[in-house]
Design a protein around this ligand. Sequence first.
Ligand code: ADP
Ligand code: MG
Length: 378
Amino acid sequence: MKTAIKRVALNLVGRQEGARPPDAAALLSALPVPVVVIDRENRFRFLNHAGEQFLGISAAQAARMPLTELVPADSPIFLLIDQVRRHDVSVADHDMTIDGPRLRKHGVTVQATPLPEEPGAVLLAFQDASAARSLDRQLTFRSAARSVTGMAAILAHEVKNPLSGIRGAAQLLEASVGEADQELAVLIRDEADRIRALVERMEVFGEKSFDRGAVNIHRVLEHVRRLAQSGFAANIRFHEAYDPSLPPVFGNRDQLVQVILNLVKNAAEALTDAGVQMPEITLITAFQHGMRLAMPGSPRRMELPLVVTVRDNGPGIPDDIRPNLFDPFVTTRAAGSGLGLALVAKIIADHGGLIEVDSRPGRTEFRLHLPIYPDDQP
Ligand SMILES: Nc1ncnc2c1ncn2[C@@H]1O[C@H](COP(=O)(O)OP(=O)(O)O)[C@@H](O)[C@H]1O
Ligand SMILES: [Mg+2]
């Protein structure tokens, strides 16, 4: 959405030499993205065609109408607009609910941008949940995490107890049966152990509370990098692009190690399996304003300004698994469990964070958006 607008702007600049470009209003009207411009008093200044449809009013109806006639004054959209005016930066708010007498939309992304030529005016571009395929994908991990949590609880409860019975019985048999059948008893015990190991791996998904504190994400990244380089990623080149001024993450160190380890491991496996000539993994940290997410069941909106990126130059994520990438048991590897990314999704969701994935041949990137350790914590 942002890039679409940028593209229009670039076209305008690029064409100045030749034919006269169409005027900005005509361009914005043609844009398939709902766009609204409001003036400093929050009255409609402009509404494109997609915006008319999205808001359910015509441009003529909207002319000079205050936005509060559509959206109540306590809507989070006004907080967003205030923030844009105060800091003079573009801010995107995800998963917003717009709820008014004539309008009800859930899961909307609103990108608000100041207009330099008119002080106080703000351009709002909307992205509907149904249209927001890419955001959808980012948010699927939430439901994936939920389904895993439920399944883990059932597995742990329903499987573990009978399993220890089976194992105990097999052990008794081992001691009493003749030589010929002993092999079978051992087989039962070993397979029972294998199932138990699987269940235990699933149990990490269960609802457990976890301690959170100030975590230095660079230490986490360096720890994982050392582990990787002395083991499974020995012949892969690592690059680091760290922002040293980054404040601490509000999180759980061990869980964040697990997340980074899973992502680095996947990257290493993709690189190795594809036999990439110069395999590289890049770890990046950055501070980025403007990423906010609604907290489930709370009107609070969480700022997620810390961005941690794990990038590789491997073959990319196969198309057919992309829609379910974060679901458990989704794997393309013969020996894979398909639990790595499900666990990543679960932990990041527990942290109130967000994951984005960009993947094409030669460049795959997992970006984690995480909260800062708040100053007012003891
Ligand atoms: N960096 C990556 N590059 C290419 N494919 C990836 C990458 N990370 C994950 N994948 C794909 O996602 C699948 C699921 O990953 P994961 O949940 O960790 O399970 P597993 O590693 O056990 O297969 C992998 O099998 C692989 O196909
Ligand atoms: Mg994995």
